[in-house]
Design a protein around this ligand. Structure first.
Ligand code: NAD
Length: 468
Protein backbone atom coordinates (compact mmCIF):
# COMPACT_ATOMS: atom_id res chain seq x y z
CA UNK A 1 0.00 0.00 0.00
CA UNK A 2 1.25 3.45 -0.89
CA UNK A 3 0.96 4.75 2.62
CA UNK A 4 -1.51 7.46 1.65
CA UNK A 5 -4.64 7.77 3.72
CA UNK A 6 -6.96 4.87 3.24
CA UNK A 7 -10.70 5.54 3.21
CA UNK A 8 -10.97 3.82 6.60
CA UNK A 9 -8.35 6.10 8.11
CA UNK A 10 -10.16 9.12 6.73
CA UNK A 11 -13.49 8.04 8.16
CA UNK A 12 -11.88 7.33 11.54
CA UNK A 13 -10.33 10.75 11.75
CA UNK A 14 -13.44 12.46 10.43
CA UNK A 15 -15.54 10.66 13.01
CA UNK A 16 -13.34 11.83 15.82
CA UNK A 17 -13.48 15.38 14.58
CA UNK A 18 -17.24 15.13 14.42
CA UNK A 19 -17.21 14.19 18.08
CA UNK A 20 -15.77 17.62 18.76
CA UNK A 21 -12.48 16.43 20.23
CA UNK A 22 -9.54 18.76 20.66
CA UNK A 23 -7.39 16.54 18.41
CA UNK A 24 -4.15 18.26 19.41
CA UNK A 25 -2.27 15.05 18.84
CA UNK A 26 -3.75 13.95 15.57
CA UNK A 27 -3.84 17.41 14.02
CA UNK A 28 -0.44 16.82 12.46
CA UNK A 29 -0.87 14.43 9.60
CA UNK A 30 2.20 13.18 7.80
CA UNK A 31 2.09 14.78 4.35
CA UNK A 32 1.13 12.28 1.68
CA UNK A 33 4.40 12.89 -0.19
CA UNK A 34 6.42 11.86 2.84
CA UNK A 35 4.43 8.64 3.06
CA UNK A 36 5.79 7.25 -0.17
CA UNK A 37 8.25 4.40 0.15
CA UNK A 38 10.73 6.10 -2.07
CA UNK A 39 10.39 9.62 -0.64
CA UNK A 40 12.91 11.88 -2.33
CA UNK A 41 15.85 12.95 -0.23
CA UNK A 42 16.05 16.72 0.11
CA UNK A 43 19.15 18.23 -1.42
CA UNK A 44 21.94 19.33 0.88
CA UNK A 45 23.72 21.23 -1.91
CA UNK A 46 26.76 19.03 -1.23
CA UNK A 47 27.64 20.95 1.94
CA UNK A 48 30.26 19.28 4.17
CA UNK A 49 29.59 19.43 7.91
CA UNK A 50 32.68 19.84 10.08
CA UNK A 51 32.26 18.05 13.38
CA UNK A 52 34.14 18.16 16.67
CA UNK A 53 33.51 15.13 18.93
CA UNK A 54 33.89 15.18 22.72
CA UNK A 55 33.95 11.97 24.80
CA UNK A 56 34.87 8.92 22.73
CA UNK A 57 34.11 6.19 25.29
CA UNK A 58 31.69 3.27 24.94
CA UNK A 59 28.77 5.23 23.51
CA UNK A 60 30.81 7.90 21.77
CA UNK A 61 32.73 5.26 19.79
CA UNK A 62 29.49 3.82 18.39
CA UNK A 63 28.16 7.20 17.31
CA UNK A 64 31.55 8.23 16.02
CA UNK A 65 31.95 5.24 13.73
CA UNK A 66 28.54 5.83 12.17
CA UNK A 67 29.37 9.50 11.60
CA UNK A 68 32.57 8.47 9.88
CA UNK A 69 30.52 6.64 7.26
CA UNK A 70 27.86 9.32 6.75
CA UNK A 71 27.97 11.31 3.55
CA UNK A 72 28.81 15.00 3.95
CA UNK A 73 30.61 14.66 7.28
CA UNK A 74 34.16 15.66 8.08
CA UNK A 75 35.43 14.82 11.57
CA UNK A 76 37.76 17.76 12.18
CA UNK A 77 38.55 17.62 15.90
CA UNK A 78 38.41 15.16 18.80
CA UNK A 79 38.48 15.70 22.52
CA UNK A 80 38.70 13.28 25.45
CA UNK A 81 40.46 13.45 28.79
CA UNK A 82 42.09 10.15 27.81
CA UNK A 83 44.83 10.40 25.20
CA UNK A 84 44.43 6.72 24.22
CA UNK A 85 40.79 7.32 23.23
CA UNK A 86 41.70 10.29 21.05
CA UNK A 87 44.58 8.37 19.44
CA UNK A 88 42.30 5.40 18.73
CA UNK A 89 39.64 7.60 17.12
CA UNK A 90 42.26 9.46 15.08
CA UNK A 91 43.37 6.08 13.77
CA UNK A 92 39.79 5.18 12.79
CA UNK A 93 39.63 8.39 10.77
CA UNK A 94 42.94 7.92 8.97
CA UNK A 95 42.15 4.24 8.30
CA UNK A 96 39.02 5.50 6.56
CA UNK A 97 41.29 7.48 4.25
CA UNK A 98 40.51 10.89 5.77
CA UNK A 99 42.86 13.56 7.16
CA UNK A 100 43.74 13.11 10.85
CA UNK A 101 41.56 15.32 13.08
CA UNK A 102 43.25 17.49 15.71
CA UNK A 103 43.22 16.10 19.23
CA UNK A 104 42.39 17.89 22.49
CA UNK A 105 43.42 16.05 25.64
CA UNK A 106 44.52 18.71 28.13
CA UNK A 107 42.03 17.92 30.86
CA UNK A 108 38.38 18.35 31.83
CA UNK A 109 37.70 21.63 30.03
CA UNK A 110 39.91 21.32 26.96
CA UNK A 111 36.71 21.11 24.87
CA UNK A 112 36.51 24.91 25.31
CA UNK A 113 39.85 25.33 23.53
CA UNK A 114 38.57 23.02 20.79
CA UNK A 115 35.35 25.05 20.37
CA UNK A 116 37.25 28.35 20.32
CA UNK A 117 40.08 27.23 18.04
CA UNK A 118 38.50 25.00 15.43
CA UNK A 119 36.31 25.96 12.49
CA UNK A 120 33.43 23.58 13.21
CA UNK A 121 29.74 23.46 12.31
CA UNK A 122 28.70 21.01 15.02
CA UNK A 123 30.05 19.75 18.34
CA UNK A 124 28.74 16.41 19.66
CA UNK A 125 29.24 15.28 23.24
CA UNK A 126 29.03 11.73 24.58
CA UNK A 127 30.72 12.47 27.90
CA UNK A 128 29.33 11.58 31.35
CA UNK A 129 26.24 13.66 32.25
CA UNK A 130 27.93 16.46 34.18
CA UNK A 131 29.78 17.61 31.06
CA UNK A 132 26.88 17.69 28.59
CA UNK A 133 25.79 21.26 29.29
CA UNK A 134 29.29 22.76 29.66
CA UNK A 135 30.26 21.28 26.27
CA UNK A 136 27.03 22.37 24.51
CA UNK A 137 27.23 25.88 25.97
CA UNK A 138 30.90 26.24 24.98
CA UNK A 139 30.02 25.09 21.46
CA UNK A 140 27.06 27.43 20.99
CA UNK A 141 28.91 30.40 22.50
CA UNK A 142 31.67 29.76 19.97
CA UNK A 143 29.12 29.80 17.13
CA UNK A 144 28.74 26.03 16.65
CA UNK A 145 25.62 23.89 16.77
CA UNK A 146 25.56 21.31 19.55
CA UNK A 147 24.26 17.78 20.04
CA UNK A 148 24.39 15.85 23.27
CA UNK A 149 23.89 12.37 24.59
CA UNK A 150 21.06 11.78 27.05
CA UNK A 151 19.97 13.26 29.37
CA UNK A 152 20.99 16.68 28.03
CA UNK A 153 21.08 18.25 31.50
CA UNK A 154 21.09 17.24 35.15
CA UNK A 155 19.55 20.31 36.83
CA UNK A 156 16.84 22.83 35.99
CA UNK A 157 19.48 25.57 35.93
CA UNK A 158 21.36 23.62 33.31
CA UNK A 159 18.16 23.18 31.25
CA UNK A 160 17.71 26.97 31.25
CA UNK A 161 21.37 27.46 30.38
CA UNK A 162 20.91 25.34 27.26
CA UNK A 163 17.76 27.18 26.20
CA UNK A 164 19.10 30.69 26.89
CA UNK A 165 22.41 30.00 25.14
CA UNK A 166 20.68 28.51 22.11
CA UNK A 167 18.22 31.43 21.91
CA UNK A 168 20.98 34.02 22.28
CA UNK A 169 23.48 32.43 19.90
CA UNK A 170 20.87 31.30 17.39
CA UNK A 171 22.51 27.87 17.37
CA UNK A 172 20.69 24.55 17.56
CA UNK A 173 21.07 22.03 20.35
CA UNK A 174 19.66 18.54 19.79
CA UNK A 175 19.54 15.78 22.38
CA UNK A 176 20.39 12.42 20.83
CA UNK A 177 17.43 10.40 22.14
CA UNK A 178 17.68 7.28 20.02
CA UNK A 179 14.58 5.63 21.57
CA UNK A 180 12.53 8.01 19.42
CA UNK A 181 13.88 6.12 16.39
CA UNK A 182 12.91 2.56 17.39
CA UNK A 183 10.90 1.16 14.51
CA UNK A 184 7.95 0.43 16.80
CA UNK A 185 7.88 3.84 18.45
CA UNK A 186 7.92 5.37 14.96
CA UNK A 187 5.22 3.03 13.66
CA UNK A 188 3.09 4.03 16.64
CA UNK A 189 3.82 7.69 15.88
CA UNK A 190 2.55 7.09 12.35
CA UNK A 191 -0.55 5.30 13.71
CA UNK A 192 -1.22 8.25 16.01
CA UNK A 193 -0.86 10.78 13.22
CA UNK A 194 -3.13 8.74 11.00
CA UNK A 195 -5.87 8.69 13.59
CA UNK A 196 -5.77 5.04 14.72
CA UNK A 197 -5.70 6.04 18.41
CA UNK A 198 -8.14 8.95 18.13
CA UNK A 199 -7.27 11.58 20.71
CA UNK A 200 -4.41 10.64 23.05
CA UNK A 201 -5.35 10.23 26.71
CA UNK A 202 -2.42 8.55 28.42
CA UNK A 203 1.10 7.28 27.74
CA UNK A 204 3.58 5.21 29.73
CA UNK A 205 7.34 4.90 29.31
CA UNK A 206 10.14 3.05 31.06
CA UNK A 207 13.83 3.47 31.60
CA UNK A 208 14.25 -0.08 32.86
CA UNK A 209 17.95 -0.86 32.70
CA UNK A 210 20.23 -3.63 33.88
CA UNK A 211 23.25 -1.66 34.98
CA UNK A 212 24.69 -4.08 37.49
CA UNK A 213 24.94 -7.03 35.10
CA UNK A 214 26.27 -4.78 32.36
CA UNK A 215 28.66 -3.14 34.83
CA UNK A 216 27.66 0.25 33.43
CA UNK A 217 29.69 2.91 35.27
CA UNK A 218 28.16 2.12 38.68
CA UNK A 219 31.35 0.88 40.37
CA UNK A 220 34.75 0.81 38.70
CA UNK A 221 36.61 -2.51 38.87
CA UNK A 222 39.32 -0.90 41.03
CA UNK A 223 36.78 -0.30 43.80
CA UNK A 224 36.13 3.36 43.12
CA UNK A 225 32.73 4.85 42.34
CA UNK A 226 31.79 5.10 38.64
CA UNK A 227 30.31 8.32 37.29
CA UNK A 228 26.78 6.88 37.19
CA UNK A 229 27.19 5.45 40.70
CA UNK A 230 27.97 8.96 41.95
CA UNK A 231 24.60 10.20 40.64
CA UNK A 232 22.77 7.25 42.15
CA UNK A 233 24.47 7.72 45.52
CA UNK A 234 23.60 11.40 45.75
CA UNK A 235 20.23 11.78 44.04
CA UNK A 236 16.76 10.24 44.30
CA UNK A 237 14.15 10.65 41.58
CA UNK A 238 14.25 9.80 37.88
CA UNK A 239 17.79 10.76 36.85
CA UNK A 240 17.52 9.15 33.38
CA UNK A 241 14.05 10.07 32.13
CA UNK A 242 14.53 10.66 28.42
CA UNK A 243 14.55 7.05 27.13
CA UNK A 244 11.18 6.66 28.81
CA UNK A 245 9.74 10.05 27.94
CA UNK A 246 11.30 10.90 24.54
CA UNK A 247 8.97 8.81 22.35
CA UNK A 248 5.95 9.88 24.43
CA UNK A 249 6.88 13.55 24.06
CA UNK A 250 6.93 13.19 20.27
CA UNK A 251 3.71 11.11 20.23
CA UNK A 252 1.85 13.68 22.34
CA UNK A 253 3.24 16.84 20.68
CA UNK A 254 4.82 18.15 23.85
CA UNK A 255 6.13 21.68 23.10
CA UNK A 256 4.25 21.53 19.80
CA UNK A 257 0.59 22.12 20.60
CA UNK A 258 0.77 20.87 24.19
CA UNK A 259 3.20 21.24 27.08
CA UNK A 260 4.07 19.45 30.29
CA UNK A 261 2.31 21.18 33.15
CA UNK A 262 3.20 19.34 36.37
CA UNK A 263 4.45 16.10 37.91
CA UNK A 264 4.53 14.11 41.13
CA UNK A 265 7.09 11.43 41.87
CA UNK A 266 7.69 8.59 44.36
CA UNK A 267 10.68 6.32 44.93
CA UNK A 268 10.89 2.95 46.65
CA UNK A 269 13.64 2.31 49.13
CA UNK A 270 17.05 1.63 47.64
CA UNK A 271 18.79 -1.62 48.54
CA UNK A 272 20.46 -2.93 45.39
CA UNK A 273 23.62 -0.80 45.24
CA UNK A 274 24.69 -1.49 48.80
CA UNK A 275 24.12 -5.24 48.29
CA UNK A 276 26.07 -5.09 45.05
CA UNK A 277 28.97 -3.26 46.75
CA UNK A 278 29.02 -5.85 49.57
CA UNK A 279 29.06 -8.74 47.09
CA UNK A 280 31.70 -7.13 44.88
CA UNK A 281 34.13 -5.72 47.45
CA UNK A 282 33.15 -7.07 50.90
CA UNK A 283 31.11 -5.58 53.73
CA UNK A 284 33.94 -3.44 55.07
CA UNK A 285 34.68 -1.73 51.77
CA UNK A 286 34.09 2.00 51.56
CA UNK A 287 31.49 1.51 48.77
CA UNK A 288 29.58 -0.99 50.95
CA UNK A 289 29.44 1.47 53.83
CA UNK A 290 28.26 4.36 51.72
CA UNK A 291 24.69 5.65 51.70
CA UNK A 292 22.85 5.31 48.39
CA UNK A 293 19.96 7.74 48.05
CA UNK A 294 18.40 6.55 44.79
CA UNK A 295 15.37 4.29 45.23
CA UNK A 296 15.47 1.05 43.26
CA UNK A 297 12.14 1.93 41.62
CA UNK A 298 10.92 5.41 40.82
CA UNK A 299 7.48 6.22 39.47
CA UNK A 300 6.72 9.68 38.13
CA UNK A 301 3.25 10.85 37.07
CA UNK A 302 3.02 13.80 34.70
CA UNK A 303 0.15 15.77 33.20
CA UNK A 304 0.07 18.02 30.16
CA UNK A 305 -1.74 21.34 29.80
CA UNK A 306 -4.22 19.72 27.38
CA UNK A 307 -4.93 16.87 29.83
CA UNK A 308 -2.79 13.94 28.65
CA UNK A 309 -1.37 11.92 31.57
CA UNK A 310 1.95 10.05 31.56
CA UNK A 311 3.67 7.59 33.86
CA UNK A 312 7.41 6.99 33.81
CA UNK A 313 9.30 4.18 35.48
CA UNK A 314 12.99 4.34 36.30
CA UNK A 315 15.16 1.54 37.69
CA UNK A 316 18.36 -0.27 36.76
CA UNK A 317 19.90 -1.44 40.00
CA UNK A 318 17.94 -4.47 41.22
CA UNK A 319 17.79 -7.64 39.08
CA UNK A 320 15.48 -7.13 36.11
CA UNK A 321 16.02 -7.21 32.35
CA UNK A 322 16.42 -4.24 30.08
CA UNK A 323 12.89 -3.64 28.87
CA UNK A 324 11.84 -0.54 26.96
CA UNK A 325 8.16 -1.13 27.50
CA UNK A 326 5.86 1.74 26.52
CA UNK A 327 2.11 2.27 26.27
CA UNK A 328 -0.23 4.62 24.45
CA UNK A 329 -3.94 4.89 25.14
CA UNK A 330 -6.36 6.93 23.04
CA UNK A 331 -10.08 7.36 22.55
CA UNK A 332 -10.05 4.70 19.79
CA UNK A 333 -7.23 2.27 20.61
CA UNK A 334 -4.50 1.23 23.04
CA UNK A 335 -1.07 -0.28 22.39
CA UNK A 336 1.37 -1.70 24.93
CA UNK A 337 4.60 -3.63 24.71
CA UNK A 338 8.32 -3.73 24.38
CA UNK A 339 9.47 -1.19 21.81
CA UNK A 340 12.60 -3.09 20.82
CA UNK A 341 12.39 -4.37 17.25
CA UNK A 342 12.63 -8.12 17.64
CA UNK A 343 10.09 -10.15 15.73
CA UNK A 344 10.39 -13.59 17.25
CA UNK A 345 7.35 -14.84 19.09
CA UNK A 346 9.32 -15.81 22.16
CA UNK A 347 8.60 -14.91 25.73
CA UNK A 348 11.95 -13.21 26.36
CA UNK A 349 10.24 -9.98 25.35
CA UNK A 350 6.96 -8.40 26.28
CA UNK A 351 5.03 -8.74 23.05
CA UNK A 352 3.55 -5.54 21.68
CA UNK A 353 -0.23 -5.67 21.52
CA UNK A 354 -2.97 -3.46 20.17
CA UNK A 355 -6.62 -3.14 21.15
CA UNK A 356 -8.73 -1.20 18.69
CA UNK A 357 -12.34 -0.14 19.00
CA UNK A 358 -12.86 -0.74 15.30
CA UNK A 359 -11.95 -4.43 15.83
CA UNK A 360 -13.85 -5.00 19.07
CA UNK A 361 -16.17 -7.54 17.50
CA UNK A 362 -13.15 -9.69 16.51
CA UNK A 363 -11.01 -9.06 19.56
CA UNK A 364 -13.79 -9.77 22.10
CA UNK A 365 -12.05 -7.90 24.88
CA UNK A 366 -8.60 -9.45 24.23
CA UNK A 367 -5.43 -7.91 22.78
CA UNK A 368 -4.74 -8.00 19.04
CA UNK A 369 -1.32 -8.60 17.52
CA UNK A 370 0.90 -5.55 16.93
CA UNK A 371 2.36 -7.18 13.83
CA UNK A 372 -1.02 -6.87 12.09
CA UNK A 373 -0.26 -3.12 11.99
CA UNK A 374 3.51 -3.05 11.56
CA UNK A 375 3.69 -3.12 7.80
CA UNK A 376 0.72 -0.91 7.04
CA UNK A 377 1.85 1.82 9.41
CA UNK A 378 5.61 1.48 9.03
CA UNK A 379 7.04 4.98 9.39
CA UNK A 380 8.16 6.80 6.21
CA UNK A 381 11.69 7.27 7.58
CA UNK A 382 12.05 3.51 8.10
CA UNK A 383 10.55 2.83 4.70
CA UNK A 384 13.05 5.16 3.08
CA UNK A 385 16.19 4.39 5.09
CA UNK A 386 15.46 1.13 6.94
CA UNK A 387 17.76 -1.02 4.79
CA UNK A 388 20.66 1.39 5.25
CA UNK A 389 19.94 1.65 8.97
CA UNK A 390 19.76 -2.11 9.48
CA UNK A 391 23.34 -2.48 8.26
CA UNK A 392 24.37 -0.99 11.61
CA UNK A 393 22.47 -3.51 13.75
CA UNK A 394 25.29 -6.02 13.64
CA UNK A 395 27.70 -3.55 15.24
CA UNK A 396 25.57 -2.50 18.17
CA UNK A 397 22.02 -3.18 19.36
CA UNK A 398 21.08 0.47 18.78
CA UNK A 399 23.09 0.97 15.58
CA UNK A 400 20.04 1.21 13.31
CA UNK A 401 18.34 3.84 15.50
CA UNK A 402 21.57 5.79 15.93
CA UNK A 403 22.05 5.83 12.18
CA UNK A 404 18.59 7.32 11.53
CA UNK A 405 19.03 9.90 14.30
CA UNK A 406 22.48 11.01 13.12
CA UNK A 407 21.34 10.98 9.49
CA UNK A 408 18.52 13.40 10.31
CA UNK A 409 20.70 15.64 12.47
CA UNK A 410 23.56 15.87 9.97
CA UNK A 411 21.35 16.39 6.93
CA UNK A 412 19.14 19.00 8.60
CA UNK A 413 22.25 21.03 9.45
CA UNK A 414 23.73 20.52 5.98
CA UNK A 415 20.52 22.06 4.62
CA UNK A 416 20.67 24.88 7.20
CA UNK A 417 17.45 23.60 8.73
CA UNK A 418 16.52 22.92 12.35
CA UNK A 419 17.25 19.38 13.58
CA UNK A 420 14.25 17.12 14.20
CA UNK A 421 14.37 17.55 17.99
CA UNK A 422 15.24 20.92 19.45
CA UNK A 423 16.68 22.54 22.55
CA UNK A 424 13.19 22.84 24.10
CA UNK A 425 12.74 19.07 23.84
CA UNK A 426 16.17 18.59 25.39
CA UNK A 427 15.37 20.93 28.28
CA UNK A 428 11.80 19.75 28.91
CA UNK A 429 12.56 16.03 28.86
CA UNK A 430 15.68 16.48 31.00
CA UNK A 431 13.87 18.74 33.50
CA UNK A 432 11.98 15.66 34.69
CA UNK A 433 15.18 14.74 36.57
CA UNK A 434 15.33 17.62 39.02
CA UNK A 435 11.55 18.04 39.25
CA UNK A 436 11.15 14.37 40.19
CA UNK A 437 13.96 14.69 42.75
CA UNK A 438 12.26 17.71 44.32
CA UNK A 439 8.95 15.87 44.43
CA UNK A 440 10.45 12.74 46.02
CA UNK A 441 12.25 14.86 48.61
CA UNK A 442 8.93 16.50 49.58
CA UNK A 443 6.71 13.42 49.98
CA UNK A 444 5.65 13.41 46.33
CA UNK A 445 4.71 17.09 46.25
CA UNK A 446 3.44 18.64 43.02
CA UNK A 447 6.09 20.32 40.84
CA UNK A 448 5.20 22.76 38.05
CA UNK A 449 7.10 22.54 34.77
CA UNK A 450 8.80 25.69 33.53
CA UNK A 451 7.72 26.64 30.00
CA UNK A 452 11.09 26.56 28.27
CA UNK A 453 9.43 27.58 24.97
CA UNK A 454 8.13 30.84 26.55
CA UNK A 455 4.70 30.35 24.98
CA UNK A 456 5.88 29.10 21.59
CA UNK A 457 4.46 25.61 22.32
CA UNK A 458 1.03 27.01 21.38
CA UNK A 459 2.01 27.73 17.78
CA UNK A 460 4.92 25.31 17.19
CA UNK A 461 4.09 22.77 14.47
CA UNK A 462 4.14 19.07 15.49
CA UNK A 463 7.05 16.96 14.29
CA UNK A 464 6.69 13.66 12.48
CA UNK A 465 10.42 12.84 12.30
CA UNK A 466 9.82 11.98 8.66
CA UNK A 467 12.36 14.17 6.89
CA UNK A 468 14.80 12.33 4.66
N1 NAD B 1 21.39 6.64 24.01
C1 NAD B 1 21.83 5.50 24.53
O1 NAD B 1 21.27 4.44 24.26
C2 NAD B 1 23.03 5.55 25.43
C3 NAD B 1 23.70 4.36 25.76
C4 NAD B 1 24.84 4.45 26.55
C5 NAD B 1 25.27 5.68 27.02
N2 NAD B 1 24.58 6.81 26.70
C6 NAD B 1 25.04 8.14 27.17
O2 NAD B 1 26.31 8.41 26.59
C7 NAD B 1 27.11 9.14 27.50
C8 NAD B 1 28.45 8.45 27.70
O3 NAD B 1 28.26 7.14 28.20
P1 NAD B 1 29.39 6.05 28.01
O4 NAD B 1 28.82 4.75 28.41
O5 NAD B 1 30.03 6.17 26.67
O6 NAD B 1 30.45 6.55 29.10
P2 NAD B 1 32.01 6.31 29.07
O7 NAD B 1 32.48 6.63 30.45
O8 NAD B 1 32.33 4.98 28.48
O9 NAD B 1 32.56 7.41 28.06
C9 NAD B 1 32.68 8.77 28.38
C10 NAD B 1 33.93 9.32 27.69
O10 NAD B 1 34.00 10.72 28.00
C11 NAD B 1 35.34 11.02 28.39
N3 NAD B 1 35.30 12.20 29.24
C12 NAD B 1 34.93 12.29 30.54
N4 NAD B 1 34.98 13.59 30.95
C13 NAD B 1 35.37 14.30 29.87
C14 NAD B 1 35.62 15.69 29.67
N5 NAD B 1 35.45 16.58 30.63
N6 NAD B 1 36.03 16.09 28.43
C15 NAD B 1 36.23 15.19 27.44
N7 NAD B 1 36.01 13.87 27.58
C16 NAD B 1 35.58 13.44 28.78
C17 NAD B 1 35.81 9.75 29.10
O11 NAD B 1 37.23 9.69 29.15
C18 NAD B 1 35.21 8.68 28.21
O12 NAD B 1 36.04 8.37 27.11
C19 NAD B 1 26.28 9.29 28.76
O13 NAD B 1 25.65 10.53 28.72
C20 NAD B 1 25.25 8.21 28.67
O14 NAD B 1 24.06 8.51 29.34
C21 NAD B 1 23.47 6.75 25.91
Amino acid sequence: MSGRYSRRDFIRQGGAMGAGLALANIASVIPAAAQENDSARKSTGGKMLKIGFVGIGARGSNLFRILLELEGVEISALCDIRQDRVTRAQRWVTEAGRPEPSGYTRGDTDFKRMCETEALDLVITATPWRWHVPVCVAAMEAGKHAATEVPAAVTLNECWQLVETSDKSNKHCMMLENYCYFRKTMTILNMIRRGVFGELLHCEGRTQENWIRENWHVFNSDGTMGWLGEHLANRNGNPYPTHGFGPLGIWANINRGDRLDHLVSMSSMGRALKLHAEESFGKEHILAKRIYNQGDANITLLRSANGVSFTLYFGGQSPQPWSPEHKVQGTLATCIGDMFDYRAQDDKWIQAKVYEKAREADLRGRWGNYWDYAEKYDHPLWKALGDEANRYRARDWSGAYDYLMLYQLVNALRRNEAPPMDVYDAATWSAISELSERSVAQKSSLQEFPDFTKGKWKSNAPTDLSQV
